[in-house]
Design a protein around this ligand. Structure first.
Ligand SMILES: N[C@@H](CCC(=O)N[C@@H](CS)C(=O)NCC(=O)O)C(=O)O
Length: 204
């Protein structure tokens, strides 16, 4: 069986949980407390030198890190990745955007405010995360104002990648009310068959 090294609160882990569920692929989760350095032990570093979850372990022992690389691998030859080469490149375009412009701001602000002690957060650093996070949301709003999904006509892994931290932006104390296109898209993503919540723990 597939084993997902994971943390329940992690949006990056959630991307993989969501796709595996939608593909109907059973998996077992191993939970790591990332606030206590549990992915930095010698044992875990031997599996992933980068010391981070999510990490997907295959029955033959191979492991794959980086949430969006895992999405790309699992979605090959499924309805969650378009067949056309250019559309696949557009999927990657949005997933690289997620990792460079969205996740480092919205996910980090959420981590500071929701998982660490908020009184320890530096206000100036938080303001910068919010400002850059809203810039990323502006980009998404422009894209989603007149279309149903990020790439082509259908739901795919680009939507999963960007849904993960956008749908919990309130936990980063960010306000989605000025973003009607994003809010409609969030509802559309949540209506997809096999959708699971970020809080769901058991999958086997
Ligand atoms: N770019 C990576 C980011 C992975 C990541 O930052 N994981 C965090 C949890 S969301 C983690 O494992 N942090 C623990 C640590 O860095 O020690 C991905 O998309 O998978």
């Amino acid at each position: 069986m597939l084993v997902l090294h994971d943390n329940l609160g992690s949006g990056n882990g959630y991307k993989v949980r969501l796709l595996l569920s939608q593909l109907g692929r059973p998996f077992r989760r191993i939970e790591y407390d990332v606030t206590k350095g549990k992915t930095r032990t010698e044992e875990f570093l031997a599996l992933n030198a980068d010391g981070r979850i999510p990490l997907l372990q295959f029955p033959d022992g191979r492991v794959l890190a980086q949430s969006n690389a895992i999405l790309f691998y699992l979605s090959q030859n499924t309805a969650y990745l378009p067949d056309d080469g250019f559309a696949q490149a557009e999927v990657l375009q949005w997933m690289f955007f997620e990792q460079y412009s969205h996740e480092p701001n919205i996910a980090v602000a959420r981590y500071w405010l929701h998982f660490l002690d908020p009184s320890q957060v530096q206000q100036a650093q938080l303001e910068e995360k919010w400002q850059k996070g809203y810039q990323a949301l502006d980009v998404m709003e422009r894209r989603l104002s007149d279309r149903n999904f990020l790439v082509g006509d259908g739901y795919c892994i680009a939507d999963i990648a960007l849904y993960a931290y956008t749908h919990v932006a309130d936990e980063a104390e960010m306000d989605l009310s000025p973003y009607p296109g994003i809010r409609r898209w969030l509802d559309r993503v949540a209506e997809q068959p096999g959708h699971v919540l970020i809080t769901q723990e058991d999958f086997a």
